[in-house]
Every structure is written in C-alpha cells, then in structure tokens.
Design a protein around this ligand. Structure first.
Ligand code: PEP
Ligand code: MG
Length: 472
C-alpha cells in the first residue's frame, strides 16, 4: 500500500533551543518516569538508567568543562551509548536502545517539549518520520493520527512495525530520511499493508482457512467480527508483560474463557508464554545471557519455570472445561482450543508438556489439542519426529527466517539477509508442509509473511492449510 501525507519528524524534539536547564529537565523526566514505571516495566528500566549516577556525572562534567548544557547532554549520550554498544554481551548491548530513549526524553525536556507524549504533537493524517523507533516509543505514539511511518533503521518484525501493521498502518523501513523536513509531502510504500482484500479472496478461493493473530481480547474480537475462521496465534505473553506479578490461574482462566467464547466455537490457538530473547518478565529472575535469542526462550523458559507454566496450562484447561459445560456442541468434533508451543527444537519438549497436562487433568486430550510452532532449523530438520507428537503445526516465519539465515530479525545492518522469501527459508517451508501432510496433520503459517500480498500465492502453492494474518 502507498500513502502520502505531510511529514512529522520524530526527532524534532532534539533540535530545538534549550529552554530548561539540565537539572530542571532531569527532575521533570524523573517524576514522569517514576509515574509511568508503576504500570510499564520498560519505564522502570528507564528509571534505573536515569538514576545511575554515571549519567548525571557525565553531563555535569561536560558542563563544568565549558560545554553548553545541550552539548554536554549530547556528549554524555554519545559516550554512554557507545560504551553500551561496545559491550561484548548481546543482552547488555541491546540496552543501548533504552539509554537512547532516556537521553531523548531529557533532550525533549530541555527543549521545553511535553516528553510524556514523546514531545511530538501529531496532526491527523501525518507521516511519522524517524531514524529509528524504539519499543518504548510505541506507548508514546498516537497511532490514530498516523497515516504512515517512514523509518531509517529497524526491521519489519520489530515491535513497532508489528503494532503498526496490526492497526493497518503502512511502515517503510530502510528509508532515506535525510533532507526531509516537517510538512514536506512524503510517500510510504509498504507491500505488507493494503491488499488485504486481495489476500482474503486468494485464501478463500483456494479453500484454505483464514485466521488472525491477536495480542489481546480487543484484537481478537475485532478479527472475529471481520470474518476470520478462527485465531491462528494468540500471543499470551502480552498478558504477562505489563504488570509486576504473575497472572494467577483463575485470572488466566477468565481471559482464556472470554477468548474462547469470543471465537464462538471456532479455533483459538493459544500460544504458551513466549518470553526470553528481548522479552523480559520483571517479576521472574531472568539472568542476563550472552545470546538471549539462543537462550532460555519460549518453551525452554516455561520448562525451566514449571510453577509459572503450570498456572498457564491449568488456566487453559479450566477455561476449556468452563466453555465445554456451556457449549458442549462446540466440542463435538474436537476442542476449539489449540495449545501451541513456541521455539520447539525436540520431540522431548512436547512429551514433557504432555506429562504436565496429564498431571493436571488426565482428560486433557478432550479439552484441547496440542501443537507446535515451527521456528527453528532443528524443528524443520527433525520435522517427522515432531509431527508424530503434534496435532498441528504453525510456522513462525519471523523467527524461522532469523535462525535459518543467521540474521537477527531486529538488526538493520543484516536486514539484507533477513528475507523470509529467500530460497533456504522457502525450502524449510516446503519440507514442513510435506511432512505435516504425510503425517496427516494441518499446517498453517502465522508469521508476518502470511500478510504479505507478494508471498500469499507462494504460500498457497506450497500447500499451507491456513494463513493467519496480522490484521483483517
Ligand atoms: C514468528 O516467529 O513468526 C511468530 C509469529 O512469533 P513472534 O513474532 O511472536 O516471535
Ligand atoms: Mg516467534
């Protein structure tokens, strides 16, 4: 989809003349972050960075050496960010983005901007133009005003891009934004947005299932109301992220029950907690790892935190039991609840989950079916063994691409390798579909690729039984 409109520069807040001192700005930002940290863990991390004496010392040293206050802030930003960038630990290196966030806020406060809203007043229909948008920026952007986003750095599977796409907002990455000024008319070209009508009619014409991805109940209800045949991916981690304690079994039971009811007997694919990598739970100790995307992620994390995992599996079983009592007819041809495990590498991981389910309820097989995501090369290369333990597959191309191509999905400098249509990835998809079909189980796709109008004919040709779109 192509859209055009007046540019609004996201970075403008850093270029104005200083109207507040550093110390006054520090106090304002501190108060604001302390308030936001009460509800959003990402801001608690930002507060910690702000409170680190190194930050204030670096700015004060710069001022004492004769720099103007904005120049001292910029110098401190440069030296602290480059210190993080050079750390030989991927997890800590990724924290450089948070440091940039904190300095951006301080800069905005010094320019007299309202930092709680990102310092940017967006006019309806504008094209947001940014060098880079960070995860915390998503809570500062008023998406209702944005017609499109042009971004220099980042990938199409970044947090901001997934959210923009789920709202139908086109976002072009890798754009040359140099020379763009506020108000210039600019164009965004995003093949992943738009053409939804075309995608839907192709899926329908091929007689395949049209599912949606959802991160919360609102998205789920919206997608079902728009005519989806079910939910192909319910990202349950969002229920766990923005809070300071584990959601209890009853709390989860109520949410999953509402989700099942909203699906009205159509399939609900509940992905078990997928944290680790870049998603941290503030209330569970998650030691820093050298390679977090190759570490305790997805099913590995859950099997290492069984108390937490049992709460989720128990909540899912309870919800299915509740709904079966209300609508036995929905279970006549098998349960509408599909439990899906992320980041599976070995059949043994599925068997461990079956053992836990069985210990919670020996009748679990009548309450839900158990399937897996295909996201790792190991899963593709041992797909027959995994098929013998699974009721269904769903391919997560966002991760499968990064692991097959050995290219971090969020790293702009290797974006040229991160191509879900590259031949090694397509071969992996082909192997998976063939193995699923010879084992007699359905196979879908729930990565962002399913919403790419260019990819859909290829995916249908490969034989996927369902495509789960990020929006309808
Ligand atoms: C994927 O990896 O394709 C996927 C759907 O999961 P997530 O984007 O949540 O990692
Ligand atoms: Mg994934």
């Amino acid at each position: 989809m192509k859209v055009s409109g007046p540019a609004k520069l996201w970075e403008k807040k850093r270029s104005g003349a200083a109207v507040r001192s550093f110390d006054e700005s520090y106090g304002l930002v501190h108060a604001e972050l302390a308030r936001q940290a009460e509800t959003e863990p990402v801001f608690a991390a930002h507060l910690e960075i702000l409170e680190d004496p190194m930050l204030q010392d670096a700015v004060h040293d710069g001022i004492a050496s004769g720099l103007s206050e904005p120049a001292a802030l910029e110098a401190a930003r440069g030296s602290i960010v480059s210190m993080f960038d050079s750390i030989d630990d991927e997890y800590l290196r990724a924290r450089a983005d948070d440091v940039r966030d904190v300095f951006a806020r301080l800069g905005a406060a010094m320019c007299g901007d309202d930092t709680s809203s990102g310092g940017i007043l967006l006019t309806k229909g504008c094209i947001l133009v940014a060098d880079e948008l960070l995860p915390s920026d998503t809570s500062l952007i008023d998406f209702a005003s944005v017609a499109g986003i042009l971004c220099h750095r980042g990938s199409t599977t970044s947090h901001v891009c997934i959210i923009a796409h789920s709202k139908g907002i086109p976002m072009q990455m890798g754009a040359d934004i140099s020379g763009i000024h506020d108000g210039d008319i600019v164009e965004v070209d995003d093949p992943l947005v738009g053409g939804i009508g075309d995608i839907v009619s192709r899926i329908r014409a091929a007689g395949r299932k049209l599912y949606i991805n959802a991160g919360n109940l609102d998205d789920l209800c919206e997608g079902m109301a728009a005519g989806a045949d079910g939910v192909g991916l319910f990202r349950t981690e969002f229920l766990f992220l923005r809070r300071d304690s584990i959601p209890g079994r009853d709390e989860q039971r109520a949410i999953y029950r509402d989700a099942l009811l909203a699906c009205g007997g159509k399939p609900l694919t509940l992905r078990t907690l997928d944290v680790g990598g870049d998603k941290q739970l503030p209330y569970v100790p998650m030691p820093a790892e050298e390679n977090p995307f190759l570490g305790l992620r997805g099913i590995r994390f859950c099997l290492a935190n069984l108390d937490l995992f049992r709460l989720q599996l128990g909540g899912a079983l309870d919800a299915a039991g509740d709904v079966r009592r209300m609508h036995a007819e929905w279970f006549a041809d098998g349960s509408p609840l599909r439990l899906m495990l992320p980041m599976v590498c070995r059949a043994d991981e599925i068997r461990q989950v079956k053992d836990i389910l069985c210990s919670l309820d020996p009748d679990y097989g009548n309450l839900l079916s158990l399937g897996i995501m295909i996201e790792t090369p190991a899963a593709v290369l041992d797909v027959e063994s995994l098929a013998s333990e699974s009721a269904f597959f769903s391919v997560g191309t966002n991760d499968l691409t990064q692991y097959v191509m050995a290219a971090d999905r969020g790293n702009g400098s290797v974006a040229y390798l991160y191509d879900p249509m590259a031949s090694p990835v397509l071969k992996a998809l082909d192997i998976t579909v063939k193995a699923a079909h010879s084992a007699g189980i359905p196979v879908g796709i729930c990565g962002e690729l399913a919403s790419d109008v260019r990819a859909v004919p290829v995916l249908l040709d490969l034989g996927f039984d369902s495509l789960s779109l990020s929006r309808l």
